[in-house]
Design a protein. Structure first.
Length: 191
């Protein structure tokens, strides 16, 4: 797609086919992009990019970018056509998907359609240290039945070592020091 120009000549049909394909195959309205700093561009253009200015901050970011990453999704149903275009540079106009390369070729579309798989064996309990706060009943204004985190398992037979499952909380209320006494009343909830 290098050096495309709109010329009213015999190649106009190819150009319009490309424009139509690009507009129909991608979801441009939900495109995402990230601009990278000037130093990712050509060194000879660093100063020009760095001092580029515009009253529009988004356009200024574009002018000062040395590189950009663009993510645009493929419209559902166009996966095969886009994969063919990305591989060959030609627009696929429908029909059976051509086999690209050797007999072992598997397109990314086929990989995405492949089944995720089935669980193999039972799961393990993994404990990781964390700085997350354990939420206490009514400590944050939330009416919870037990402190978090608790991950209840409805079928302990799914676990490799069911004795490691925590089925009830080992939480003990030790927040007496957090209570503020107003007169003779405590702010802690009464049990």
């Amino acid at each position: 797609m290098e050096n495309f120009q709109v010329l009213l000549d015999k190649d106009l049909d190819k150009y319009t086919a490309l424009a139509k394909f690009m507009e129909q195959a991608f979801e441009w309205q939900i495109m995402d992009y990230t601009f990278y700093p000037y130093y990712w561009g050509k060194r000879e253009q660093w100063q020009e990019m760095y001092v580029s200015n515009s009253v529009d901050p988004l356009f200024r970011s574009f002018l000062q970018a040395g590189l950009a990453r663009i993510i645009v999704t493929v419209k559902p149903g166009f996966e095969d056509a886009v994969q063919f275009f990305m591989t060959t540079g030609k627009i696929w106009n429908g029909g059976e998907v051509p086999v690209i390369g050797d007999p072992l070729y598997m397109s990314i579309v086929d990989e995405m359609r492949a089944p995720v798989g089935k669980p193999q064996g039972k799961y393990w309990i993994t404990k990781l240290p964390t700085t997350l706060t354990i939420l206490q009943d009514k400590s944050t204004g939330l009416a919870v039945e037990q402190p978090l985190p608790i991950f209840p398992e409805t079928d302990p037979a799914n676990c490799e070592n069911p004795s490691e499952l925590e089925s009830k909380s080992s939480f003990v209320s030790r927040d007496i020091s957090l209570a503020i006494k107003i007169g003779k009343e405590s702010t802690l909830p009464k049990n």
